[in-house]
Design a protein around this ligand. Structure first.
Ligand code: SF4
Length: 452
């Protein structure tokens, strides 16, 4: 564990940092917060690892593939580190928390292993390595929920993510998150509101509240606080136009929250609520705590109260014991619900989870075929649903130049559709109406009215 040394002066020697992030949106936000802290210490961010004094990887443990990628990146740095031993190489986040000391054994040229609840101490950890020249392992469970935010360091000034809770108490049988992110801990409404206010004062129009299990927001805070209370408070913020939240868990999603969403004008009509499977037998083995019927009823209730709500989901195919009949029930659920979009993953066991003790008995070939089948099915549904948008006027928050055509602009609707349209750079950050005239399964294409 790290020495408890407190450094008060700024680290002047190490001036450039290369930072690569893997994994979920919370990792991306942690990267933003970390880079803000380092910039305050005088670091400059560079795009290439071989131009940096400090090279950091913010990692993900949810799938083996993400871990393999990081180890391969680390391996590729061996020669550079040999030529320039003064460079600091660090591993942050979930993989650091999970593998700890073992990372130094496997990759001795790594200097820093910093877990999920220690990144707010990054500047002092780097300074400690510089001063002592030794490995630093920092994976204590600091109960840090508020990280000072440099609101100025953001790629997009008009949209921001805010972490409102960290960790998860659910222990779904396949998931490593509770082991690497720890138990649920929420920030107070006052803290979140203060951060949102600072972001809005800096030009932000849309916030997305993040939590591994966001429907449990408030657990452990005094006074029976809920996510609905937080949304109501943020809805009153002048200057804030849109509020989103992810990720919802069906077992923790209350009808009360759906009612609150329906009456708050700034809360977007969009719900990312992973179903994971359509088979009750598999859901039980996944320890998800609901049935497919319960999930469908929740969506029906949401659609009754919020008619244009778009629903997105995640699915895992090839979970241990998944038969053709189980898979067919997932296909059926997808056809019944007609999601706006879905993320589909092939099951892979994560050491330390309950499901890792089950026989991984679905062959790779079958997993691939099921994955492909769901992808194709969803593609067709997304296209058909998007076609219903042709001829409609949608409100778009303009994000910037389109990635696929830099002469066009790109933005998102309240339902989270990507919209690509004509327009000039001065529209970025504004809410505008766009008429949709063409679609694909991935995006809507439109025209600004009264625009040349
Ligand atoms: S709810 Fe389940 S899948 Fe989501 S983070 Fe918690 S344990 Fe993992």
């Amino acid at each position: 564990m790290m020495d408890s040394i407190i450094f008060t002066h700024k680290d002047q020697q190490y001036k450039t940092v290369f930072f690569e992030t893997f994994g979920c949106q919370m990792n991306k936000l942690d990267a933003e917060l970390s880079l803000g802290l380092l910039q305050e210490e005088g670091y400059r961010i560079v795009d290439k690892a071989d131009e940096a004094d400090v090279i950091l990887f913010n990692t993900c443990s949810v799938r083996q593939h993400a871990e393999d990628k990081v180890y391969s990146h680390l391996g590729a740095l061996k020669k550079l580190k040999k030529r320039h031993p003064e460079i600091i190489v660090g591993v942050l986040g979930c993989m650091a928390q999970k593998d700890g000391e073992a990372i130094f054994k496997r990759m001795p040229h790594v200097d820093l292993v910093c877990g999920t609840r220690m990144f707010s101490r990054l500047p002092e950890l780097l300074l400690s390595i510089r001063n002592h020249g030794s490995h630093v392992l920092a994976i204590d469970e600091d109960q840090i929920v508020n990280v000072k935010r440099a609101v100025a360091y953001r790629a997009n000034m008009y949209q921001a993510f805010i972490t409102v809770m960290r960790g998860c108490d659910n222990f779904c049988s396949y998931c490593i998150v509770p082991y690497v992110r720890g138990r649920e801990i929420s920030r107070t409404i006052a803290d979140v509101k203060e951060e949102a206010q600072a972001l809005v004062s800096n030009g932000c129009k849309e916030v997305t509240l993040l939590g591994q299990n966001i429907n449990s927001y408030g657990k452990g805070l005094s006074g029976n606080v809920t996510l609905g209370d937080l949304l109501s408070e943020l809805n009153d913020l002048d200057g804030l136009e849109r509020i989103r939240f992810v990720t919802s868990h069906p077992a923790d999603m209350s009808r009360d929250l759906i009612r609150t969403m329906s009456r708050l004008g700034k809360v977007c009509e969009h719900l990312h609520m992973p179903a994971q499977s359509g088979s009750d037998q598999i859901l039980q083995r996944m320890r998800r705590g609901y049935t497919a019927g319960y999930y469908c009823d929740l969506i029906s209730y949401a659609r009754e109260l919020i008619p244009h709500i778009a629903v997105a989901s995640d699915f895992i195919v090839g979970f241990p014991g998944e038969t053709d009949e189980d898979f067919q029930e997932t296909v059926q659920l997808m056809e019944d619900i007609r999601f706006q979009n879905c993320f589909i993953f092939k099951y892979s066991p994560r050491t330390g989870t309950k499901a890792a003790g089950l026989e991984d008995d679905v062959t790779d070939e079958v997993k691939r075929a099921r994955n492909l089948k769901l992808l194709e099915l969803q593609k067709g549904i997304s296209l058909e649903e998007n076609q219903k948008m042709i001829g409609k006027k949608v409100q778009v928050l303009v994000e910037g130049a389109s990635k696929s055509d830099s002469n066009k602009l790109s933005g998102r609707t309240r339902q989270n559709h990507i919209v690509i349209f004509n327009g000039s750079a001065d529209l970025v950050g504004r809410l505008i109406d766009v008429m949709i005239h063409e679609v694909t399964d991935l995006a809507l294409y439109g025209k600004l009215e009264n625009y040349p």
